[in-house]
Design a protein around this ligand. Structure first.
Ligand code: UT7
Length: 379
């Protein structure tokens, strides 16, 4: 039987740090409220487009696996912050990386996009469609944020990470998962916006940047969804909570994570937390936490990992991954982001200052989307 081992991993975090105190300079909020309600202290704001972050993360994951771009047959790009409706962003990453001929697809299930992508790529490897895949989780939420809305502006951050999957005969990698969606509640977490396609038009109709966000309802559904999905996944793979070595959960709120761990019967010592330093990075959250767990030596050969997540849709899932023998990179990549000469607050204030006559932020559409357009196959 064929399985899909995770053989490479890498993250790319933008360097500019936005603190709770920074947010309080333009929002009616404070460190005490944000920390006590969410566990968040800081988040990152990117000075580059999402595709740049994902490129660096992907190069690091490839080096970690000891693979060249040409070895990859499939790219799955998990994200909900992209600027063009057509073509997909995976094709830009394929071109930039030089994964010539590789299949390239985007998956947008919001915060669960990376894990839905892991399911997709694993299934394609296990059925013999492809042999090696790159799965990315990346978000540039700062450009789509409604920075005037304190109910959401304090919660999110930018970031990216990627993994390489390879066919193997060993029973490792993603061995069981539960996927689901509360479509009845899709309206309680919604970002209404247009796309950059209208930007080139002189009679431009800019998209909305309006967030519908019912925090308490999302909270309840998140705990329920991640808890139920985790119980089902454990049942599918025939394991008990005490068999799990590490939980790598989506990080939208420390209180949500604590509730899920409690209901799942897994102590918090076995849970990796990044929410305090990165906030909620949507699709990038779980892969960044996974990379950090590896870097911190919290994943051992043969570790049993549980990865519950939820997001807009409201999509939900919980993945069980059996780690392989190797927990250290084969090689390191020397690829870096260009330096950032601004503070995170300066970057956010630039976005806030760019408003159309209706008072909406244009920065998401302008977004310096392709810094070097030719490098991404854009004429
Ligand atoms: O992955 C994406 C999914 N997102 C999530 O999972 C988020 C799930 N929800 C949550 O994490 C929490 O519901 C929040 C952190 C968003 C909010 O916490 P809460 O304890 O549910 O607060 P709340 O929405 O019930 O608001 C309580 C109060 C309100 O004031 P009043 O009406 O009681 O006077 C809000 O206006 O807190 C106020 N508030 C704030 N105050 C200071 C809301 N945002 C802020 C803020 N600073 N940033």
């Amino acid at each position: 039987m064929t399985y899909a081992a995770i053989t490479g991993w890498g993250k790319c975090m933008p360097p500019a740090v936005l603190t709770n105190a920074d947010l309080a300079t333009f929002l009616d909020t404070d460190d005490e409220w944000i920390t006590s309600r969410t566990g968040m202290k800081e988040r990152r704001i990117s000075h580059v487009p999402a595709i740049e972050m994902s490129y660096v993360a992907a190069r690091r994951a490839l080096a970690c696996a000891g693979r060249a771009a040409g070895d990859i047959d499939l790219i799955v790009y998990g994200s909900c912050s992209y600027d063009e409706m057509v073509p997909n962003t995976a094709s830009a990453l394929q071109y930039k990386l030089g994964c010539d001929g590789a299949a390239a697809m985007d998956v947008n299930t919001a915060c669960t996009s990376f894990l839905y992508g892991l399911s997709t790529a694993t299934a394609m490897i296990r059925t013999g469609v492809v042999k090696r895949a790159l799965v990315v989780g990346v978000e540039l939420i700062s450009r789509y944020m409604d920075w005037d809305n304190r109910g959401v502006a304090v919660l999110f951050g930018d970031g990216s990470a990627a993994v390489v999957l390879e066919a193997t005969d060993e029973p490792i990698g993603l061995l069981g998962e539960t996927l689901g969606c509360y479509g009845d509640a899709r309206g309680i977490l919604r970002v209404r916006r247009g796309y950059g396609a209208t930007y080139a038009n002189a009679n431009v109709t800019f998209g909305d940047m309006l967030w519908d966000f019912d925090g308490p309802q999302i909270f309840k559904r998140a705990v329920q969804g991640m808890t139920d999905a985790s119980a089902k996944t454990l049942q599918k793979v025939g394991l008990r909570p005490e068999d799990i070595d590490l939980v790598v959960p989506h990080q939208a709120n420390a209180r949500i994570i604590e509730s899920v761990a409690k209901y799942a019967g897994i102590p918090m010592e076995k849970v990796i937390l990044t929410v305090q330093k990165y906030g909620n990075m949507s699709a990038a959250t779980v892969p960044v936490a996974l990379v950090e767990a590896l870097e911190a030596g919290r994943v051992a050969p043969g570790s049993n990992l549980l990865m519950p997540a939820f997001g807009a849709g409201l999509t939900l899932c919980s993945h069980f991954v059996k780690w392989g023998a190797r927990t250290t990179p084969v090689e390191a990549s020397d690829v870096e982001l260009p330096p950032c000469d601004k503070t995170a607050l300066e970057l956010v204030n630039e976005i806030r200052a760019t408003k159309d006559p209706r008072g909406r932020s244009l920065a998401g559409i302008e977004a310096a989307y392709y810094v070097d357009r030719k490098a991404y196959g854009v004429q």
